[in-house]
Structure formats: structure tokens, C-alpha cells
Ligand binder design. Structure first.
Ligand SMILES: Cc1cc2nc3c(=O)[nH]c(=O)nc-3n(C[C@H](O)[C@H](O)[C@H](O)COP(=O)(O)O)c2cc1C
Ligand SMILES: [Fe+2]
Ligand SMILES: [Fe+2]
Length: 400
């Protein structure tokens, strides 16, 4: 049975959901699944905006067939050539051999890298700002290089102000029937942020560049390839979040404390510090054990809050491996502009604090708050003044 919704006059959502997939990109946990969105426009000409992952091909093709109602498919707009969206291109071309595939030079380069079927006679290459009329509706293409792949385009439907934004403005989570962000609970921003920080996070400058191109456009609806559709009043809300996230500006003053700990001693120091911060009036603190919580959740919180406290033992004359991997991941994501405090732990020769300082030192605009506290096995009461000084420095950086 097909499963479609008309989201605007003559514009249909024809996507679907995967709730079985354990991890997106085999990396990011999907406790609530993932949606693969695709959109079909019926005008004098018909146009499909992207396809979906191979896991839901059968439903997807049924949806497209149903909405077309026997009509031919004139255009497939390829905003993104990543396999979770382009997996059905070949089948679409086989079913609708007259179709024109709309993309840019890079789109077709990638198409040929992923597929063997020669589809070159179907190509319609477009440039930044070019328009394509479907009859009453007009599609305008904006290249959005490196948000988050080089071939990415946004497609703007001029008459209704709909922005088809590829992966941008996407979120983890499958649909439960409701497609619009304003129809579901507030929790959605957490999954939109986790998606942004982990998938797009490195490309803040490119997101800002696309914002420049879009400035002045009337946008009534944003249709991403994943998750919910943003419309009406939720459009400026997600735009404001993207603006902050892509400028690496924290949303809130608050503290993310994350630690590694084998025997609980580093954890104990982190708890003691958090208690002292609470007593100094700090609110909005979140603590994670990096061996337990998937890094994507911690990274998401890092994009939200102003302060970090990182705690880790020394391990084999290095940094505990899980923490080492997390800090390197954060560095690769281009994370910047935060206040960071450090707690290390060692028994015979300290390395953790030094390695953490080195890794944090490679990040841009990161200020170290307070003196790093290097615990010797367990935190003794005689070192409480150092912990107090660290708590004072962190509170001062937040409360001013
Ligand atoms: C496999 C292993 C390797 C370690 N390597 C070092 C090391 O190279 N240098 C050091 O000073 N301590 C080393 N330690 C000691 C830990 O840093 C120390 O036990 C620390 O207090 C652990 O903190 P925790 O209770 O938070 O796990 C090592 C511990 C283990 C289990
Ligand atoms: Fe993608
Ligand atoms: Fe995607």
C-alpha cells in the first residue's frame, strides 16, 4: 500500500522510513529510526526531487507510481548523490526512459562513479541560479557545495516558496505519520542538532555561504531529505539554530562534563566539581561517561553549550583511547569557540592532561578555563582548594 501526503498544492511527499537500521552511516545510533524524504511535483511537467535509500525502494516506487497516476516522469532533480538518496536513480531511469536527470557537473561525475548504466543521454546540466519551469511552478537551483558533499544543490520552488534543501535542516528519527516539525514535540530539536553537529558540523563556513545566497528569499517551507518538514513559524526557528550552529556559537550558557574512567576515580573528581558548580549557581549541566554514551550525543551537546569539562585518566603513557578518539573526532568536525576545563588522572607518570591540552590546543578560539587538575589516583581532600579554584574559574566564565 502506498503511503504519501500532499504537502502543498501539487507537491507530494513520497518518502518513507527505516526503523530497523541500527546506525546511520553505520555509525550514528537511530533509536527512533530515520526518514528518507523524496518529493514529487505534478504540474504541466512532473518532477521528482531526489530518491531514497535502497532499504525502502519497494514502497518508494509504489508511492511514485501512485502519485503519477499513469503520467510520465519528466525530471528527476538530483540535489544529493549520496547513496541514501540516489539508490533508486537507475530504476527510475529504467521505468521512465524519457526522464531528464537534473544536476551539476559534479552530480554526473558521482553518478558515473556509483552506477554502470550509461544514462548520459538523460543529463540536464544546470548552473547556480538557473531556473526550470514546470508550468505554473518554477524550480531554481542553488549550488550548496560542501553542505556536506561537493555536488549538493538546494532547489527552490519560486511560486510557493518551498526550499528543497538536500540533507541540510534534516534530523534523525522516523515519521510517525506527522511530517511537520510543528506537529510533534519539542524533542525534535535535539535530533536535528545531533544530525547537524555530526553530519554537517565541519562545514559551518559553507552553511553560512549558502545562507548568503538564500537571503531575501521568501521561504514558506523547508523540505529536507531526512526528518521533519519545517513550515511557517518553524522556518525562522530552524534558520536561527543553523545560523548559531554554523557559526559555532553556543545556544546556552551551560556545562557539558564528559569523562573516561576505569575505576571511578576520574568520575569522582568530575562529580565533585559538578557539585561545586551547582553550589555556585551553575545550571544546565550535563554529564557523560564516554565509554557509555555514544559520541554523537556528546558532540550534539557540545554544539549547544558554552563550557566543557573534559576528564580522563592516563593510559599506556597516553590518553584513554575512547577519550582520545572523541577529542580527535571533535577536532575533525572543526569544533571551536568554547571554554574548556581539564581534569586528568594518573598513578605513576602523567600523560592525559598533556595530550588533552595538545588536542584542545589544535581547536580554534578555545579558551582554557582554570588550571587543569591532575589527580594522583584518587582525589584527596588536601586538593580541594584546587578543585574550588577550578569551580570558581568556571562559574566566573559563565556568570561573569
Ligand atoms: C591499562 C592501564 C594503563 C595505564 N597506564 C598508565 C600510565 O601510562 N601512566 C600512569 O600514570 N597511569 C597509568 N594507568 C593508571 C591510571 O591512570 C590510574 O589507575 C587512574 O587513577 C585511573 O583513573 P580511574 O579510576 O578514573 O579509572 C594505567 C591504568 C591501566 C588500567
Ligand atoms: Fe548526505
Ligand atoms: Fe542523507
Amino acid at each position: 500500500m502506498y503511503s504519501i501526503q500532499e504537502i502543498a498544492p501539487k507537491v507530494y511527499w513520497v518518502g518513507g522510513n527505516d526503523r530497523r537500521l541500527e546506525r546511520f552511516e553505520n555509525m550514528f545510533p537511530l533509536p527512533n529510526g530515520v526518514a528518507y524524504n523524496s518529493y514529487l511535483m505534478l504540474d504541466e511537467k512532473t518532477a521528482l526531487i531526489d530518491t531514497v535509500d535502497q532499504s525502502i525502494s519497494a514502497l518508494y516506487l509504489e508511492n511514485v507510481t501512485y502519485v503519477l497516476g499513469g503520467r510520465d516522469l519528466d525530471y528527476l532533480i538530483i540535489n544529493h548523490m549520496e547513496p541514501d538518496h540516489c539508490a533508486n536513480i537507475e530504476e527510475i531511469v529504467r521505468r521512465y526512459p524519457n526522464i531528464q536527470l537534473v544536476g551539476n557537473k559534479k552530480t554526473f561525475q558521482f553518478l558515473e562513479q556509483y552506477y554502470s548504466l550509461d544514462m548520459s543521454s538523460n543529463y540536464l546540466e544546470v548552473k547556480d541560479g538557473q531556473e526550470l519551469s514546470l508550468g505554473n511552478q518554477t524550480l531554481r537551483f542553488y549550488t550548496a557545495a560542501m553542505v556536506h558533499w561537493p555536488e549538493v544543490m538546494f532547489t527552490y520552488e519560486v511560486s510557493q516558496g518551498i526550499l528543497f534543501s538536500a540533507d541540510a535542516f534534516g534530523s534523525f528519527g522516523a515519521h510517525a505519520g506527522n511530517l511537520y516539525a510543528d506537529e510533534v514535540d519539542d524533542n525534535i530539536m535535539n535530533e536535528a542538532r545531533r544530525y547537524y553537529a555530526n553530519i554537517v558540523g565541519r562545514y559551518g563556513a559553507q552553511v553560512q555561504a549558502v545562507f548568503q545566497k538564500l537571503s531575501g528569499l521568501a521561504i514558506n517551507m523547508i523540505c529536507s531529505l531526512h526528518g521533519l518538514i519545517w513550515r511557517g513559524e518553524s522556518v525562522p526557528i530552524i534558520f536561527d539554530k543553523y545560523d548559531l550552529w554554523s557559526r559555532y556559537e553556543p545556544e546556552n550558557k551551560g556545562v557539558v562534563l564528559f569523562y573516561a574512567s576505569m575505576y571511578g576515580n576520574t568520575e569522582n573528581a568530575m562529580n565533585a566539581l559538578a557539585n561545586k558548580l551547582a553550589q555556585r549557581g551553575i545550571r544546565d549541566m550535563h554529564m557523560y561517561d564516554v565509554s557509555k554514551t555514544h559520541p554523537s550525543y556528546i558532540i550534539s551537546d557540545l554544539w549547544k553549550y558554552s563550557n566543557l569539562v573534559i576528564g580522563s585518566p592516563t593510559y599506556n603513557a597516553h590518553l584513554y583511547f575512547v577519550m582520545d578518539a572523541l577529542l580527535r573526532e571533535i577536532t575533525v568536525l572543526g569544533f571551536k569557540n568554547r571554554k574548556v576545563s581539564l581534569i586528568g588522572n594518573h598513578t605513576w607518570a602523567s600523560s592525559a592532561v598533556k595530550v588533552m591540552q595538545e588536542l584542545v590546543g589544535t581547536m580554534t578560539d578555545v579558551e582554557i578555563i582554570g588550571t587543569p587538575l591532575d589527580v594522583r589516583s584518587t582525589l584527596k581532600a588536601e586538593r580541594e582548594p584546587e578543585l574550588d579554584a577550578l569551580a570558581d574559574a568556571i562559574s566566573e566564565s559563565i556568570l561573569g
